[in-house]
Design a protein around this ligand. Structure first.
Ligand SMILES: [Zn+2]
Ligand SMILES: [Zn+2]
Length: 493
């Protein structure tokens, strides 16, 4: 490829590098669009222009064309040659915005790692997140939101990314935005159109159904009752469940026990009472540990992150599916270990992330999964004992069931069911050596799939060893434990 270019330059002279084609592009535009690093270097060596705008009304510079096709190596060469990171084309688009328009997730990560300004908007007031939403690139949107983009920002038409995602009709993108704190799903743009109206106008049936159910839930005073949010907590940051637990145990569970149950049944049920003391003690210890311990946060601002951003340009040939940038967290500026995940609520990456539990008001991760199991197990035992005490008391006292007793039993049964489910589920995933997150999202993780894309867990070592690992008796495999030794960092050396 390079030799014909050299020949042309020798015969025509260096002025050829500044000549424009019929649409106003210089040779550097075409070298960048095609990803021809050798030719671009040759142009730079011969002092040819590399940052001229095209002389048509789009005014694109070569770096913008490189971004269209996601050529990280080209962008890297241009930046090293002094092209500004945030230079704009005729429409005010920066390289990051162009990367967003074409769904170039890896390049967008690279540009943000280099320090691209997130505040930049094009002439219509749209930033990179607006564009990613408009084009329906949900994976890229997630990266941008994690990296600090504001999902509520309006463009010059008063439209937020949610409006634009509803025009596109990508349901995953719409859900991603609705789950962000403070996103108003009924906001009208400058033409008076709400996201629902825009989706309706384009007949995106699944988006319409989702928005309607979301509105119903948001305008209702009742909390959303579905299985997932009762057991694993509603999305977002809520103190409700942990307060509900405290209020129930301290304000009437224990008083009922002290005044109604203990004095009348101690003599008959001594062993059960002693057991009740012990399980309560363990429950509080486990709850304290589970909710106050660092669940396994990965270190932030590590040098491996900066190294990876610098080196990633040389791995341009890595294809999207095998994206090494997916191992980077741009919020924590860290290299993620296998099985770790960034928790939206804690805003930190957590080692062996399981889920964010509102009952302990903390993430469940590697460091506190055992105390979390202990907490759910003891809540389950305490619930059983309480129900037994209630039954026994009602039998011997001959008191009639009144509304307070009935409500008490209903609340106890609720805690009993939730705790039993969580306890059983946590034991099960411990025995299988997986996590709630991996069970729910295995399609997002390459390491959880075999060649045919079916679920395959590489970390299971048989249920006995898995449970020993869960109880910290066996160590984690290296790649789950150590950022520096991860295969990604070694590939970079
Ligand atoms: Zn993170
Ligand atoms: Zn969390």
């Amino acid at each position: 490829m390079l030799i014909p270019v050299q020949t042309v330059l020798e015969t025509m002279g260096p002025e050829i590098l500044s000549m424009r084609d019929s649409k106003g592009h210089i040779p550097a535009h075409w070298a960048c669009l095609g990803g021809h690093t050798a030719i671009l270097r040759f142009i730079i060596e011969n002092k040819g222009p590399i940052n001229e705008s095209s002389s048509n009304d789009l005014g694109a510079r070569p770096i913008h064309w490189a971004c269209v096709n996601g050529h990280i190596a080209i962008v890297d060469i241009l930046l090293q040659a002094g092209v500004p990171l945030d230079c704009t084309d005729g429409k005010g688009c920066t390289p990051l915005i162009v990367a967003a328009q074409y769904g170039q997730t890896m390049l967008a990560g690279y540009l943000m790692g280099k320090g691209a300004r997130l505040q930049m908007v094009d002439k219509d007031g749209d930033n990179a997140l607006h564009w990613a939403a408009f084009k329906g690139f949900s994976e890229l949107m997630r990266l941008l939101i994690y990296s600090g983009f504001n999902p509520r920002q309006k463009d010059n038409f008063g439209q937020t990314p949610l409006h634009l995602a509803c025009i596109n009709g990508n349901l995953t993108a719409v859900k991603e935005l609705c789950e962000q704190d403070g996103v108003d799903i009924n906001l009208a743009d400058k033409n008076g159109k709400t996201p629902l109206m825009l989706a309706t106008g384009r007949k995106h049936v699944d988006v319409i159904a989702y928005l309607k159910s979301e509105m119903k839930y948001r305008t209702s005073f009742l909390p959303r009752i579905d299985f997932w949010s009762i057991v694993f907590g509603p999305p977002g940051n809520h103190k409700g469940p942990i307060l509900f637990f405290f209020v129930n145990v301290l304000c009437w569970g224990y008083p009922m026990y002290a005044f109604k149950c203990f004095p009348y049944t101690w003599n008959d049920l001594m062993i059960a009472h002693v057991l009740f003391f012990i399980t309560n003690f363990i429950m509080w210890v486990c709850l304290f540990h589970a909710s106050t311990t660092d669940p396994g946060y990965l270190p932030r601002n590590i040098p491996e992150y900066d190294l990876a951003i610098k080196q990633v340009a040389h791995f341009d040939e890595w294809k999207q599916g095998d994206n090494p940038l997916s191992r980077l967290c741009h919020t924590c500026r860290t290299v993620k270990t296998v099985r770790s995940k960034h928790c939206k609520i804690c805003n930190r990456c957590v080692k062996v992330f399981d889920h964010h539990c509102p009952y302990i008001y903390n993430c469940v991760g590697y460091n506190n999964r055992l105390s979390f199991l202990g907490f759910s197990g003891t809540v389950m035992l305490n619930g059983l004992l309480s129900l037994y005490f209630t039954y026994y008391y009602m039998q011997i006292s001959g008191e009639a069931w009144n509304i307070v007793y009935i409500f008490y039993v209903i609340v106890m049964i609720f805690f009993e069911c939730v705790a039993t489910y969580i306890f059983g589920y946590t034991i099960l995933i411990g025995a299988l050596n997986t996590t709630t997150n991996e069970q729910k999202n295995f399609k997002r993780y390459k390491y959880l799939q075999d060649k045919d894309g079916k679920y395959h867990n590489p970390y299971t070592r048989g249920w006995k060893k898995n449970l020993l690992e869960f109880a910290f008796i066996l160590p984690l495999p290296q790649e789950c434990d150590d950022v520096i030794e991860s295969d990604f960092s070694t590939k970079l050396m």
